[in-house]
Design a protein around this ligand. Structure first.
Ligand SMILES: [Zn+2]
Length: 188
């Protein structure tokens, strides 16, 4: 009887830039579909001194990485995620992901819009307010407190430049800096 070959049939990848342990950085969050039916979510693509590493989610005990029984499947997941990352970053200047743009006004009113954003360049485009109901009276909204963007499926919040409103602020460690208008803010 011929053995059935297990394969990764779909990869979803969200680019990110989050600090991880030991000076490593999480460059991507991925989930894969195996054989058109099983999903493995919560995969981290981590960049460290030794290169890129695909880290599978923790198991239920929370102290050990979940490892599929089949080593062939482990390799297939590694390859699929790394290939997807290369594909995404090779066209990085045009790689926009779907996001949610949130404006927080004085008094705590939050207005959400859909948008697209590019984590490499910081650019935010296609900002469109969600629906038309519940649109507050702008005269009641005294001042804009904060604006942030996050991926459409949740995750990290990125601070939006309070000066030009069109770019994600780069975190330099001690400051936030807009890559476009050069506005800076000290980190709290
Ligand atoms: Zn700016």
């Amino acid at each position: 009887m011929a053995e059935k070959k297990i394969s990764v049939t779909d990869v979803a990848l969200t680019l990110t830039d989050q600090p991880f342990v030991d000076g490593c950085t999480i460059k991507g969050l991925a989930s894969v579909i195996v054989d058109h039916q099983y999903q493995v979510a919560g995969i981290n693509l981590v960049q460290g001194p030794a290169g890129m590493n695909v880290i599978l989610p923790f198991d239920e005990r929370g102290n050990e990485y979940f490892r599929p029984i089949n080593p062939e499947l482990r390799l297939a997941i590694d390859k699929a995620v790394q290939d997807k990352y290369r594909e995404a970053t090779s066209k990085e200047t045009t790689y926009f992901q779907e996001g949610v743009f949130t404006s927080v006004w004085d008094g705590g009113t939050e207005i959400e819009s859909t948008c697209k954003f590019n984590l490499q360049t910081g650019e935010i485009t296609d900002i469109r307010r969600k629906g038309d109901d519940d649109v507050p009276n702008f005269e009641d909204l005294c001042s804009l407190d904060e604006e942030y963007v996050e991926s459409a499926n949740g995750g990290t919040r990125y601070k939006v430049c309070p000066n030009c409103h069109n770019y994600i602020m780069k975190d330099t460690g001690t400051m936030f800096a807009c890559p476009d208008c050069k506005h800076t803010e000290k980190k709290e």
